[in-house]
Design a protein around this ligand. Structure first.
Ligand code: SF4
Ligand code: SF4
Length: 210
Protein backbone atom coordinates (compact mmCIF):
# COMPACT_ATOMS: atom_id res chain seq x y z
CA UNK A 1 0.00 0.00 0.00
CA UNK A 2 1.29 3.46 -0.89
CA UNK A 3 1.99 5.65 2.12
CA UNK A 4 0.55 9.18 2.24
CA UNK A 5 3.88 10.56 3.50
CA UNK A 6 5.65 9.44 0.31
CA UNK A 7 3.05 11.28 -1.79
CA UNK A 8 3.51 14.41 0.28
CA UNK A 9 7.29 14.26 -0.13
CA UNK A 10 6.92 13.66 -3.86
CA UNK A 11 4.64 16.71 -4.23
CA UNK A 12 7.00 18.89 -2.17
CA UNK A 13 9.94 17.74 -4.28
CA UNK A 14 8.04 18.57 -7.49
CA UNK A 15 7.29 22.07 -6.11
CA UNK A 16 10.97 22.46 -5.22
CA UNK A 17 12.06 21.52 -8.77
CA UNK A 18 9.55 23.93 -10.34
CA UNK A 19 10.70 26.81 -8.10
CA UNK A 20 14.38 26.10 -8.76
CA UNK A 21 13.86 25.95 -12.56
CA UNK A 22 12.04 29.30 -12.37
CA UNK A 23 14.78 30.72 -10.10
CA UNK A 24 12.34 31.40 -7.26
CA UNK A 25 14.68 30.23 -4.53
CA UNK A 26 13.42 32.99 -2.20
CA UNK A 27 9.92 31.44 -2.25
CA UNK A 28 11.37 28.14 -1.08
CA UNK A 29 13.39 29.88 1.64
CA UNK A 30 10.17 31.63 2.72
CA UNK A 31 8.43 28.26 3.03
CA UNK A 32 11.40 27.02 5.06
CA UNK A 33 11.24 30.01 7.44
CA UNK A 34 7.50 29.51 8.06
CA UNK A 35 8.00 25.81 8.86
CA UNK A 36 11.04 26.67 11.00
CA UNK A 37 8.95 28.91 13.26
CA UNK A 38 6.13 26.36 13.32
CA UNK A 39 8.63 23.72 14.49
CA UNK A 40 8.45 25.38 17.91
CA UNK A 41 4.91 24.03 18.23
CA UNK A 42 4.59 21.22 15.69
CA UNK A 43 8.11 19.76 15.54
CA UNK A 44 10.38 19.34 12.52
CA UNK A 45 7.68 18.58 9.96
CA UNK A 46 9.81 20.33 7.31
CA UNK A 47 12.44 17.57 7.64
CA UNK A 48 9.95 14.72 7.57
CA UNK A 49 7.70 15.78 4.71
CA UNK A 50 8.91 18.84 2.80
CA UNK A 51 12.72 18.88 2.63
CA UNK A 52 14.06 17.91 -0.84
CA UNK A 53 17.35 16.89 0.77
CA UNK A 54 15.56 14.31 2.90
CA UNK A 55 13.56 13.05 -0.09
CA UNK A 56 16.75 12.56 -2.10
CA UNK A 57 18.23 10.70 0.88
CA UNK A 58 15.26 8.35 1.04
CA UNK A 59 15.83 7.50 -2.63
CA UNK A 60 19.53 6.93 -1.86
CA UNK A 61 18.56 4.62 1.03
CA UNK A 62 16.46 2.49 -1.32
CA UNK A 63 19.25 2.39 -3.88
CA UNK A 64 21.75 1.45 -1.19
CA UNK A 65 19.63 -1.57 -0.27
CA UNK A 66 19.13 -2.64 -3.89
CA UNK A 67 22.84 -2.29 -4.73
CA UNK A 68 23.85 -3.76 -1.34
CA UNK A 69 26.21 -0.84 -0.67
CA UNK A 70 27.99 -1.13 2.69
CA UNK A 71 27.91 1.93 4.91
CA UNK A 72 31.16 3.63 5.92
CA UNK A 73 31.71 4.78 9.49
CA UNK A 74 31.11 8.48 10.06
CA UNK A 75 34.53 10.22 10.10
CA UNK A 76 35.48 11.23 13.65
CA UNK A 77 36.67 14.71 12.59
CA UNK A 78 33.18 15.40 11.23
CA UNK A 79 31.39 14.30 14.40
CA UNK A 80 31.44 17.63 16.22
CA UNK A 81 27.93 18.05 17.60
CA UNK A 82 27.59 21.71 16.54
CA UNK A 83 29.00 21.12 13.04
CA UNK A 84 25.73 22.14 11.36
CA UNK A 85 26.12 25.70 12.71
CA UNK A 86 29.44 25.84 10.83
CA UNK A 87 27.89 24.47 7.62
CA UNK A 88 25.06 27.03 8.02
CA UNK A 89 27.63 29.84 8.29
CA UNK A 90 29.43 28.52 5.18
CA UNK A 91 26.14 28.37 3.26
CA UNK A 92 25.19 31.94 4.21
CA UNK A 93 28.72 33.05 3.28
CA UNK A 94 28.33 31.53 -0.21
CA UNK A 95 24.92 33.16 -0.64
CA UNK A 96 26.25 36.61 0.32
CA UNK A 97 29.32 36.14 -1.91
CA UNK A 98 27.08 35.14 -4.83
CA UNK A 99 24.76 38.10 -4.33
CA UNK A 100 27.40 40.78 -3.67
CA UNK A 101 30.38 39.69 -5.80
CA UNK A 102 28.98 37.51 -8.58
CA UNK A 103 25.62 39.33 -8.73
CA UNK A 104 24.12 35.88 -9.13
CA UNK A 105 22.70 33.38 -6.62
CA UNK A 106 24.73 30.13 -6.68
CA UNK A 107 22.52 26.97 -6.92
CA UNK A 108 23.14 26.05 -3.27
CA UNK A 109 19.94 24.08 -2.67
CA UNK A 110 20.35 21.78 -5.70
CA UNK A 111 24.03 21.27 -4.73
CA UNK A 112 22.98 20.36 -1.17
CA UNK A 113 20.36 17.94 -2.54
CA UNK A 114 23.02 16.08 -4.53
CA UNK A 115 25.40 16.13 -1.54
CA UNK A 116 22.67 14.72 0.73
CA UNK A 117 21.95 11.96 -1.81
CA UNK A 118 25.62 10.95 -2.07
CA UNK A 119 26.17 11.04 1.69
CA UNK A 120 23.12 8.83 2.33
CA UNK A 121 24.34 6.38 -0.30
CA UNK A 122 27.53 5.64 1.65
CA UNK A 123 26.76 6.59 5.27
CA UNK A 124 23.92 6.31 7.78
CA UNK A 125 21.49 9.17 7.00
CA UNK A 126 22.02 10.64 10.49
CA UNK A 127 25.47 11.79 9.34
CA UNK A 128 23.94 14.30 6.96
CA UNK A 129 20.81 15.03 9.04
CA UNK A 130 22.58 15.72 12.34
CA UNK A 131 26.00 17.00 11.27
CA UNK A 132 26.30 18.21 7.66
CA UNK A 133 22.90 19.74 6.98
CA UNK A 134 22.95 23.55 7.49
CA UNK A 135 19.20 23.57 8.18
CA UNK A 136 19.64 21.15 11.08
CA UNK A 137 21.07 23.85 13.36
CA UNK A 138 18.04 26.18 13.60
CA UNK A 139 15.54 23.33 13.23
CA UNK A 140 17.11 21.53 16.17
CA UNK A 141 16.78 24.69 18.25
CA UNK A 142 13.07 25.20 17.46
CA UNK A 143 12.21 21.48 17.41
CA UNK A 144 13.64 20.89 20.88
CA UNK A 145 10.79 22.94 22.36
CA UNK A 146 8.01 21.46 20.20
CA UNK A 147 4.64 21.32 21.95
CA UNK A 148 3.46 18.46 19.72
CA UNK A 149 5.80 15.61 18.81
CA UNK A 150 6.13 11.89 18.27
CA UNK A 151 6.02 10.38 21.75
CA UNK A 152 6.43 6.89 23.22
CA UNK A 153 3.86 5.81 25.81
CA UNK A 154 6.22 3.97 28.14
CA UNK A 155 3.66 1.44 29.44
CA UNK A 156 3.24 0.07 25.91
CA UNK A 157 6.97 -0.13 25.08
CA UNK A 158 8.56 -3.59 25.23
CA UNK A 159 12.09 -2.37 24.45
CA UNK A 160 12.42 -4.32 21.21
CA UNK A 161 14.62 -1.53 19.63
CA UNK A 162 12.89 -1.84 16.23
CA UNK A 163 12.25 1.93 16.29
CA UNK A 164 15.90 2.66 17.05
CA UNK A 165 17.04 0.67 14.02
CA UNK A 166 14.84 2.48 11.49
CA UNK A 167 15.19 6.06 12.77
CA UNK A 168 17.07 8.10 10.15
CA UNK A 169 18.31 10.69 12.65
CA UNK A 170 19.06 8.63 15.78
CA UNK A 171 16.27 10.54 17.52
CA UNK A 172 14.88 7.55 19.40
CA UNK A 173 16.79 5.30 21.78
CA UNK A 174 15.90 2.50 24.15
CA UNK A 175 17.29 3.08 27.62
CA UNK A 176 19.61 0.20 28.60
CA UNK A 177 18.28 0.06 32.17
CA UNK A 178 14.55 0.77 31.87
CA UNK A 179 14.24 -0.88 28.40
CA UNK A 180 11.90 1.90 27.34
CA UNK A 181 12.27 4.04 24.22
CA UNK A 182 12.47 7.80 24.39
CA UNK A 183 12.40 10.40 21.61
CA UNK A 184 14.65 13.46 21.38
CA UNK A 185 12.38 16.18 19.95
CA UNK A 186 15.37 18.23 18.80
CA UNK A 187 16.37 15.48 16.34
CA UNK A 188 12.97 13.98 15.52
CA UNK A 189 11.64 14.58 11.99
CA UNK A 190 8.10 13.53 12.95
CA UNK A 191 8.21 10.94 10.16
CA UNK A 192 6.40 7.60 10.05
CA UNK A 193 9.34 5.18 10.30
CA UNK A 194 9.20 4.29 14.00
CA UNK A 195 5.40 4.41 14.14
CA UNK A 196 5.18 1.94 11.27
CA UNK A 197 7.50 -0.69 12.78
CA UNK A 198 6.46 -0.50 16.44
CA UNK A 199 4.78 -3.85 17.21
CA UNK A 200 2.77 -2.43 20.10
CA UNK A 201 1.67 0.80 18.35
CA UNK A 202 2.90 2.80 21.28
CA UNK A 203 4.40 5.73 19.35
CA UNK A 204 2.09 8.56 18.36
CA UNK A 205 2.09 12.25 17.51
CA UNK A 206 0.69 14.05 20.52
CA UNK A 207 1.00 16.96 22.91
CA UNK A 208 4.14 16.43 24.92
CA UNK A 209 3.84 17.12 28.66
CA UNK A 210 7.32 18.27 29.73
S1 SF4 B 1 9.41 -0.25 18.50
FE1 SF4 B 1 7.82 0.28 20.01
S2 SF4 B 1 7.91 -1.36 21.53
FE2 SF4 B 1 9.82 -1.49 20.34
S3 SF4 B 1 11.27 -0.25 21.54
FE3 SF4 B 1 10.35 1.13 20.01
S4 SF4 B 1 8.63 2.07 21.10
FE4 SF4 B 1 9.22 0.28 22.30
S1 SF4 C 1 11.97 9.13 16.29
FE1 SF4 C 1 10.50 8.25 14.84
S2 SF4 C 1 9.40 10.00 13.98
FE2 SF4 C 1 11.28 10.79 14.95
S3 SF4 C 1 12.78 10.83 13.25
FE3 SF4 C 1 13.04 8.89 14.32
S4 SF4 C 1 11.77 7.44 13.15
FE4 SF4 C 1 11.10 9.52 12.57
Amino acid sequence: MKRWDNWLRGLSFALFVVLMINQKVQLWLGLFLVTLVLARWLGRLYCGYICPLNTSMLVAERLKKVLKIKEFKQPKFLSYKHLSWITLAIMIGFMVFGQVVLKKQPPILPILTVLAFLTALFYHPSFFHNYLCPYNAPLKLFGSKATFSKHVTTEGCIGCTKCEKVCPSHAIAVDKVSRKAEIDRALCHQCQECTTVCPTHTISYQKVVK
